[in-house]
Design a protein around this ligand. Structure first.
Ligand code: NAD
Length: 435
């Protein structure tokens, strides 16, 4: 099939490369010229397992190309996927500027009969607005362009595997035939038969936001439980392990840590809360989960302040919002750094495994604090905070670390290390949720 993908970010690029490797003919429209150039030369701008090799393969087979020109990309597509960012504005509403810019171009250049697939996460009612807008710009088009809301559930760090082996495919559309064509397209590249949900656009929009909101509630609950464990002398690790053995609960998403972050959960929860409030059906559980998430930072900063004085230097290992990605959008560790800077006037020495290659993706003020190895970041510091559970941190021989720290204190806020080993190596060791 001839496919157009608009937006070569975490979602769009993964989708484009997976479809292209599955033998489809893909043109990716990316408005950022530098990114487009990089991709055309086979350089992958994000850290994502398997993606660089697959990009190279698709380019060599000529099944993928990148352009900044809507006129070139959009008429190509029998299916046109929109995967542009839909970030939160200051007021909590979704910024749909990029999405409607893409829709305007589709209205102008799409061939009759094309199917538009919205992969971006959008607020309730957006799919219908998109359909209406396209129809308004093409009043003489007899064949009508169908619009499907097809939310994406991939996770950064395992995006290719998630895309090729999803738990379900959701298509929200008023045209079942268009929905079936989308399911057929997916099944032409997927590793097994996947449950397909054909539903209304509004249900599809809500399925995505409600799923992310549920995960946020779950994480906030576990993080508050971790705070209780610290006070009560209990162990969050042992408590959640046993909780997860109950099949009604399940063992996923029970890890206590620094709070949820990233480009999805914080914004999707805020948007859903606002939508629910304006509909007169407030989601008070979700509102509390958002507040609880903010309070994780306060709780952890207080723990640090009990052992660290004003103006001391703190080493940080792990900056991305989760392991396996370079993405620091809404990373909770950035919020913790901010809180500690304000309260303790600390300075920071940061190491992240993705930091050397992707430093330019970080905020400017963070780039100046980056170190190239975990050991170098420790030099002269009074404590180490572990903020992202990169598996390689567990492999570090704590006994062999140079004794260049002023105090040997570790705050392992993501429980990445073996506490016993840390204590044996002479560290004063504080884990998250372990009293
Ligand atoms: P991103 O910011 O990484 O990528 C968006 C890309 O679109 C950027 O490269 C940008 O330059 C490009 N772009 C913006 N406007 C454009 C236009 N008019 N024409 C061409 N290109 C344009 O975003 P992302 O993380 O891939 O997320 C995309 C959408 O998918 C969002 O709605 C997000 O909520 C949703 N989503 C993201 C994830 C995730 O893990 N990142 C998972 C599921 C769903």
């Amino acid at each position: 099939m001839r496919i157009t993908i608009i937006g070569a970010g975490y979602v769009g690029l993964v989708a484009a490369v997976c479809f292209a490797c599955g033998g489809h003919q893909v043109i990716c429209l990316e408005k950022d010229e530098a990114r487009c150039q990089m991709l055309s030369e086979g350089q992958c701008p994000i850290l994502e397992q398997k993606l660089p090799e697959m990009l190279t393969r698709a380019l060599s087979k000529h099944t993928i190309s990148f352009t900044t020109q809507p006129k070139e990309a959009i008429p190509h597509g029998e299916m046109i996927f929109i995967a542009v960012g839909t970030p939160s504005r200051e007021d909590g509403q979704t910024d749909l500027g990029a999405l409607f810019e893409a829709v305007e171009k589709i209205g102008k250049y799409a061939k009759n009969g094309a199917i538009v697939v919205i992969k971006s996460t959008v607020p309730l009612g957006t799919t219908e607005n998109v359909r209406q807008l396209i129809q308004d710009t093409r009043p003489t088009d007899q064949s009508t362009i169908q619009v499907i809301c097809n939310p994406e559930f991939l996770r950064e760090g395992s995006a290719v595997d998630d895309f090729l082996c999803p738990d379900r495919i959701v298509a929200g559309t008023n045209d079942p035939n268009a929905g079936e064509q989308l399911f057929d397209l997916y099944h032409s590249i997927l590793k097994r038969t996947i449950p397909c949900v054909l539903t209304s656009p509004i249900n599809a929009e809500l399925i995505k936001c409600a799923s992310n909101a549920y995960l946020a509630v779950r994480l906030s609950y576990i993080n508050e439980l971790a705070g209780l464990c610290e006070r009560a002398g209990a162990s969050i690790g042992q408590v959640t392990e046993a909780m997860g053995m109950d099949p009604r609960i399940g063992s996923e998403y029970l890890m206590a840590g620094v709070g949820y972050g990233g480009s999805c959960l914080p914004k999707d929860t805020r948007v859903l809360v606002q939508t629910a409030r304006s509909a007169g059906a407030p989601l008070t559980v979700l509102e509390s989960a958002i507040t609880a998430n903010r309070m994780v930072t306060v709780r952890l900063a207080k723990r640090v302040a009990e052992r660290i004085s004003q103006g001391e230097t703190i080493a940080i290992w792990g900056l991305s919002f989760k392991a396996g990605t370079e993405d620091v959008r809404n990373s909770p560790i950035l919020a913790l750094i901010k809180e500690l800077s304000i309260n303790l006037n600390c300075s920071f020495q940061i190491y992240d495994p993705a930091g050397c290659e992707f430093a330019s993706c970080y905020p400017k003020e963070i780039q100046q604090k980056l170190f190239t190895t975990p050991e170098k970041a420790l030099f002269g510091s009074s404590a180490l905070i572990i903020g992202t559970a990169w598996p390689q941190f567990r492999e570090i021989d704590l006994l062999a670390l140079p004794s260049t720290m002023k105090k040997r204190i570790i705050f392992d806020f993501v429980n990445a290390l073996d506490g016993k080993k840390a204590r044996y190596a002479g560290f004063e060791y504080y884990a998250c949720g372990e009293g």
